[in-house]
Ligand binder design. Structure first.
Ligand SMILES: [Fe+2]
Length: 376
């Protein structure tokens, strides 16, 4: 098929380069494809495109206070994590499990990525145990048999299920093999051949096409004494990520990609210095209407810098910017960021190429006026 010709045009008042020295009295919007790495045009507007009077229709930036989510597995250990948002490729849920799973779980529908926002404990897996703590990502390939055993009371795990196999982005990108994480820091379990010595039966609860089947054994199903191969459970911590940073320009989202699966990208932002060596460099991410990805942003720690301090979009909040409608910084954030030396938040972001749908748990914890927090 013939390739599409790419033409670049420039009209009117523009910055010489994107994100730096934006003309006085203008607001820069990135109108682009493929999540800021595809074709794009920078638009220089006389108003922030998020300062709407009102929105009529279903499309709007949304947010939830995840601490208000009633996690089904908190009171009843046989229940699952509560699903907030989903599409064909991915589901995002919250687990606040207090007691060990009274069964062994196996998800035949999806790979699972757990992010530990709060709590400690152990994932007992067929490959061996993986202890977890604050800031850990635990990755379980589809079909892994495992059991979650919390050891502290305050548990808050975000579960991201991906229908396609999840893994690290291509390490042959310009960054080489040691960024954003050195492969030497990835921890895989030692086989343990668990034997709790329970008399009676052991249940493996398999999820397939959203339905459950229980298989009962007279022995512990985590009885693996050795393993060898390319597929395993593993973990790493946000502290192990060495983020890309520029002292002269705001680095856009794709540089922060941590894990990818078909239709899904999981990115992590950790505290970094601002662009201190160029006073004209914009420090907050620009406006855009993300036409190819829904964007979920969960604040693990700190305050989201692109919102004003007064917005209260801090720890435990999840924002959802659907495809097609603008989002971006509150106008106060531009000034506030110029008075700060560092971006102090730790953020987990999930980008999805298919549109997400909200589940009951998201709607119950929703911050109702969030779409208008851009304008106040
Ligand atoms: Fe965005």
């Amino acid at each position: 098929m013939p390739r599409r010709e790419i033409l670049t045009f420039s009209k009117g008042l523009v910055a010489k380069q994107a994100r730096v020295d934006v003309p006085e009295g203008t607001w820069e919007e990135e109108f682009g494809r493929e999540g800021l790495v595809g074709h794009e045009t920078m638009l220089y507007r006389t108003h922030p495109p998020t300062e709407w009077l009102r929105i009529e229709g279903p499309l709007r930036p949304r947010a939830a206070d995840c601490y208000q989510v009633r996690a089904d597995d908190e009171a009843d250990p046989r229940q699952d994590a509560s699903r907030l948002l989903f599409n064909q490729d991915v589901a995002v849920s919250i687990s606040r499990r207090q007691k060990p799973m009274p069964y062994y779980a196996r998800n035949a529908d999806a790979d699972e990525v757990y992010f530990v926002h709060r709590g400690e404990g152990v994932f007992e897996t067929e490959f061996g145990p993986l202890n977890y703590k604050l800031g850990d990502y635990i990755v379980l390939p589809r079909g892994t048999t495992y059991r979650v055993c919390p050891s502290s009371r305050d548990q808050f795990l975000m579960l991201i299920e991906t229908r396609a196999e999840v893994g690290f982005p291509d390490p042959t990108m310009v960054l080489g093999n040691h960024m954003p994480i050195d492969r030497g820091l990835i921890e895989v379990p030692e086989p343990q051949a668990f034997d709790p010595g329970v008399k009676g039966e052991y249940e493996v609860r398999i999820k397939s096409e959203g339905e459950y089947t229980s298989v009962f054994y007279p022995f512990c199903p985590l009885d693996v004494v050795g393993w060898q191969g390319t597929l395993t459970a593993f973990k790493f911590n946000v502290e192990d990520l060495r983020q890309v940073h520029s002292h002269r320009i705001h680095v856009p989202v794709p540089a922060y990609c941590t894990l990818v699966a078909e239709g899904v990208a999981i990115c992590t932002f950790t505290p970094i210095p601002f662009q201190l060596e160029d006073p004209k460099a914009q420090r907050v991410p620009g406006y855009h209407r993300n036409v190819d990805y829904d964007e979920l942003v969960f604040t693990h720690a700190g305050i989201l810098m692109s919102r004003s301090r007064e917005s209260g979009i801090g720890t435990g909040k999840l924002t959802w910017s659907p495809q097609g409608i603008d989002h971006g910084p509150h106008r106060k954030a531009f000034e506030q960021s110029m008075q700060m030396e560092r971006m102090e938040a730790t953020i987990v972001m999930v980008e999805t190429s298919r549109r997400l749908r909200a589940d009951r748990s998201f709607e119950e914890a929703e911050l109702k006026d969030y779409a208008y927090s851009f304008t106040k």
